[in-house]
Each structure stands twice: as C-alpha cells, then as structure tokens.
Design a protein around this ligand. Structure first.
Ligand code: PAN
Ligand code: ZN
Length: 194
C-alpha cells in the first residue's frame, strides 16, 4: 500500500459541498428510473424537467484495503408521488464491511435491510451518528423541506453492489402521510435473491 501524505478536506456543513473534491456524482431522477413506486408520478417529473435528486462529493482516497473512504451526500427536498427523494441504495460488494454516517444538516432517514429482507429505519438529524453494520444494505431519504446533508466513511475495499437493490428494491417505502414520514410495505418487494 502506498504511503499517502496526510491531508484535510474542507466542506460546507449546510450544503455538503466539498470544494476540493474533483469527484462530484449527480443523480437525477432519470438515473434511477423504476426505483420509486409511483410510476405515473415518476413519468410526470421526468417530463417536467428531470429533477436533481442527490449529489455526492467523494474523496480521492484509493479504493483499497486499509484506506478509509469518505464523502458528503446532499439529498434535495422533494417527493415522487408520496415517496421522499432518496438515494439508490446498495449492499457493499464485500458484505462484511460496515459504514458510519454523520448527519450534518436537514432531516432524513437511513433505511436498511438484511440479505433476508429484514428492514430497519433510523431517523437522522444534524449530529446523528448512524451506524451501518456489516451485511446491511443502506439507503437514505430526505423527509424535510431543506437539503438533507450527511457525511459517510467506510472501508476502502468495500465496493458497491447496486444491482441487487435495482432488482429487489427495499421492503419498505418511506412516504409522506398527513405531512409526516411513514413506513409502508413495498408491494413490489421481491425479497431475497437466489
Ligand atoms: C454512501 C453512498 C451515498 C450515495 O457514501 O454511496 O450516500 O448513495 P448511493 O451510493 O446508494 O447512490 C455510502 O453508503 N457509501 O458506501
Ligand atoms: Zn455504503
């Protein structure tokens, strides 16, 4: 493993913007087609201009064992039908790699599931350190009116498996009911992969 020079990155706690980061990932609705339950609402939003759902400023740390990767994620406020704007979500390719999230601004939820489809939901506020244990798939959603911003750090060799979630989804949907976040069963959840 290369000997890196120590360094520090500055980021904005309100917006999540990491000025020095050369790696900005932008996810518009069109890059996560089919992940929201309400297909008609998705089509209407795509026709109306394809909103930005979330942005991720990532570190430039090598993706190898022993390193610690980090990023800030900013999920914009909004919904597709009743369902709050959210990330794609993933398992780590190496399933036994965990992660830590730290809420910086706004209000959100961390949604998780085991490989057996056992769901969990953890509310996140500024100052919440939410632990993603090894083996749990994870996704975040913004349930407030402002951007939801959080910092994440995870082992450098974790890798990201998006395909499993694209195929099976999450067991629960996080929706707005009378203006409050509520978890409901996902009728399309196809459960455990073979
Ligand atoms: C996070 C996520 C980030 C974006 O850094 O990658 O919040 O979510 P998706 O990767 O699901 O699009 C993380 O969990 N890294 O491992
Ligand atoms: Zn992760």
């Amino acid at each position: 493993m290369a000997l890196l020079e120590p360094f520090a990155a500055e980021f904005n706690l309100e917006t999540g913007v990491m000025e020095a980061s050369k790696n900005l990932i932008q996810r518009r609705l069109s890059s996560m087609r089919g992940m929201y339950a309400d297909e008609a609402a998705e089509a209407a939003l795509l026709a109306a201009g394809d909103p930005m759902i979330y942005e991720v400023y990532t570190s430039e740390v090598p993706e190898e064992a022993g390193q610690v990767l980090y990023c800030t994620t900013t999920i914009y406020p909004g919904r597709v039908g009743d369902e709050y704007f959210m990330t794609k979500g993933h398992f780590h390719s190496l399933r036994d790699r965990g992660e830590i999230y730290l809420g910086l601004s706004g209000e959100g939820y961390l949604l998780l599931q085991t490989e057996e489809g056992e769901p969990r939901a953890v509310p996140m506020h500024p100052g919440t350190a939410a632990y993603v244990p090894p083996y749990w798939a994870h996704r975040t959603a913004n349930v407030g009116d402002e951007p939801f911003v959080f910092f994440a750090a995870w082992p450098g060799d974790s890798g990201h498996d998006y395909g499993t979630i694209e195929k099976i989804g999450f067991p629960q949907l996080l929706v707005s009911r009378d203006g409050q976040p509520a978890l409901v069963g996902n009728p399309r959840f196809s459960g455990v992969t073979g």
